[in-house]
Design a protein around this ligand. Structure first.
Ligand SMILES: NC(=O)c1ccc[n+]([C@@H]2O[C@H](COP(=O)([O-])OP(=O)(O)OC[C@H]3O[C@@H](n4cnc5c(N)ncnc54)[C@H](O)[C@@H]3O)[C@@H](O)[C@H]2O)c1
Length: 351
């Protein structure tokens, strides 16, 4: 397999590359990433010299460059992780980049896959496209649950999903779409909840929990997500949609308390803050379709505490990694705030 990994310098993409180079040492990987604030080549330092790995900086919106990379490297398969992923940014910072990358970017990859007769394209999407479940609802998201997203990030991802279906039906592009739940593990950008909380607690600060803290997610260890995607690259049905989850529903307060306990800290470090607008109450995944293909996660619900402990330990041990990325990207991380403040000032002076 000669695999183009789009967005491989981010959290899940870099873990996936580690997985593939370990599980299939004879596969050739091109990591094609724009290196936005969330992309970090330090995640892949240890494989940078591997002769079966190559990094090319580029934007998925650039069809000419995509075609060139695919042709020059004789690419046979594509997997796409490239996305704008931070929900708060999509709410507070304007969401143009979200639509450009998460919807239009996917369409460009679909064009590239069609033009170059790619054997398989796996589009990594999210369970957030399904909208929200109630806390007491006796229902899980299945692959036939209607797509009905509640926030701009999820809507932009849903746009990409719909394009995939349209390109499969219209152009017979052999595409597979995945809907995975919340990931945890090493190399996650420290604006996301678990590394963010660990980092704040290490600095002696409190951790901000949205609303009543009872929003529920199904937490999956990132390497389990990677093994599911590996399976789908090989065995996913063309035009198929697959949910990925581990029956590990936990609310935010529970996760926060577990992190505090692992770090030997008290619940006085919790600070409740105003809830996020459009905050979905609960996501829960029925993953029986991919399990029927033979996928088995290592970190099941019973092993969650172990997985979380290992993750917390990784961030504690790799504080220099967190601090370096935090320092390097501070300007860009604050940019979405300043964009928002600028447009609010303009609105005030216009009124
Ligand atoms: N993190 C989760 O819990 C989760 C859960 C389910 C699905 N997903 C999906 O998995 C994918 C990866 O998520 P992540 O958490 O690793 O994200 P991330 O933000 O850590 O990484 C995104 C990567 O995409 C790159 N990128 C962004 N725009 C690009 C563009 N236009 N062209 C090329 N590269 C670009 C960035 O530089 C970065 O390396 C996303 O599509 C996301 O929707 C994430």
């Amino acid at each position: 397999m000669r695999l183009l990994v789009c967005g491989g310098a981010g959290f899940i993409g870099s873990n996936f590359i580690h997985h593939i180079l370990g599980a299939h040492p004879d596969y050739f990987i091109v990591n094609y990433d724009k290196l936005t604030y969330a992309g970090n080549l330090d995640n892949l330092k240890d494989v940078a010299e591997n002769p079966n790995y190559k990094f090319i900086q580029g934007d998925i919106i650039d069809l000419d460059q995509l075609n060139q990379v695919i042709q020059e490297n004789k690419i046979t398969h594509i997997i796409n992780f490239a996305a704008e992923t931070h929900v708060d940014r999509s709410i507070h910072g304007g969401c143009k980049d979200f639509v450009l990358t998460n919807t239009l970017g996917v369409q460009m990859i679909l064009d590239a896959a069609r033009i170059n007769k790619i054997t398989k394209f796996v589009q990594v999407s999210t369970d957030e496209v399904y909208g929200s479940l109630g806390l007491d609802e006796d229902r899980l998201f299945t692959e036939t649950t209607p797509i009905w997203p509640n926030m701009p990030y999820a809507a932009a991802k849903a746009g990409g999903d719909l394009m995939c279906n349209a390109y499969f039906v219209t152009h017979k592009v052999p595409v597979v779409v995945t809907h995975c739940s919340n990931n945890y593990g090493p190399y996650q950008f420290p604006e996301k909840v678990i590394p963010f909380f660990v980092f704040k607690l290490l600095k002696g600060e409190k951790v901000p929990v949205y609303g009543d803290g009872l929003n529920v997610r199904d937490w999956i260890q990132v390497m389990d997500h990677a093994s599911a995607l590996d399976l789908l690259l090989h065995k996913g049905e063309d035009g198929g949609v697959y949910n990925i989850g581990v029956d590990n529903e936990r609310n935010n307060l529970e996760i926060t308390k577990m992190i505090l306990q692992i770090m030997g800290l008290g619940e006085d470090r919790i600070e409740f803050i105003t809830d996020r607008p459009g905050h979905d109450r609960r996501y829960a995944i029925d993953a029986s379709k991919i399990k029927a293909l033979g996928w088995q996660p290592v970190y099941t619900r019973e092993k969650f505490e172990q997985g979380l402990r290992e993750t917390v330990e990784w961030y504690k041990k790799n504080t220099p990694w967190v601090e370096a990325i935090w320092e390097k990207k501070k300007g860009e991380m604050n940019k979405f705030q300043t964009d928002l403040e600028r447009s609010e000032t303009q609105m005030k002076s216009a009124s």
